[in-house]
Design a protein around this ligand. Structure first.
Ligand code: HEM
Ligand code: HEM
Length: 197
């Protein structure tokens, strides 16, 4: 089992990083929607917001690792039978997935930083985020501004919807490659086997 990716297939590190981030993003989208919209009574939401923020700040480190690893190796070429449009669509789609992962992290962090409960002395301590046991995450916002908070909250929410739509398109494209076109695009991401050796 090769560790590094080649022009023919994905290596084990890239595959592990892909499936781990896929599971985390799908979990983040569903749990995020649940905690922000369905969980009642509302005060129960705060611990979930902090938990969600903490998990996804760790995911930011995972994403950084993924991007560095991705830039350091070859990547599989698109199947020979693909049209130029399909090849460009795959490139743009994958780039958009990376951009959205970064944008969700940034807007999520700003959302937490501007969150009203952080400025309420009774709830501020419960909103703190600690990474690696004792690194206290600093906040950018020093005073409460509800319009600023609303902006980041709305941006984070809309980006989550765009991400959800993109993920559905991405999954449909992968299934189309496998079942309709019968090529190795899905297989080389699942098991690392490829038609071209
Ligand atoms: C939330 C979930 C997901 C995210 C954020 C995501 C993200 C990505 C990204 C960014 C790439 C490009 C890799 C690169 O060029 O570095 C990729 C490739 C790929 N993904 Fe996903 N993915 C997700 C879920 C899935 C699922 C559920 C499937 C299968 C049904 C899948 C199948 C694939 C395949 C087959 C490739 C390789 C495409 C190729 O070789 O050109 N992904 N994914
Ligand atoms: C890829 C990563 C992330 C995903 C997929 C994600 C997903 C979501 C979703 C779907 C919601 C519910 C939006 C709504 O319907 O209102 C949400 C809310 C929230 N997220 Fe994230 N998030 C991510 C990263 C982060 C990060 C890094 C932080 C903070 C450091 C964060 C903090 C929050 C907070 C505080 C809320 C509650 C928003 C509110 O109702 O005011 N998120 N997230």
């Amino acid at each position: 089992m090769a560790i590094r990716s080649t022009k023919q297939t994905w290596g084990s590190v890239s595959r592990a990083l892909h499936w781990l981030s896929a599971a985390l993003i799908i979990f983040g989208l569903t749990h995020g929607y649940w905690m922000a919209n369905l969980l009642l009574p509302r005060p129960l939401r705060l611990p979930h917001y902090v938990w969600h923020s903490t998990i996804f700040l760790y995911c930011g480190l995972l994403l950084a690792l993924r991007i560095v690893w991705r830039l350091s190796e070859d990547t599989p070429e698109q199947p020979k039978a693909s049209s130029r449009f399909e090849i460009s669509a795959a490139h743009v789609g994958h780039l958009a997935l990376y951009v959205l992962m970064i944008a969700l992290l940034v807007t999520g962090y700003m959302n937490w930083s501007a969150f009203p409960a952080r400025f309420d002395p009774a709830r501020a301590a419960a909103m703190e985020i600690h990474l690696f046991a004792n690194f206290k995450v600093p906040a950018l916002h020093k005073t409460l501004d509800r319009d600023v908070f609303k902006f980041w909250e709305t941006a984070h929410m809309y980006l989550a919807w765009v991400m959800a739509a993109l993920v559905v398109g991405h999954i449909l494209a992968a299934l189309r490659h496998h079942f309709q076109k019968g090529n190795d695009v899905l297989r080389r991401m699942v098991s690392g086997t490829s038609d071209t050796g």
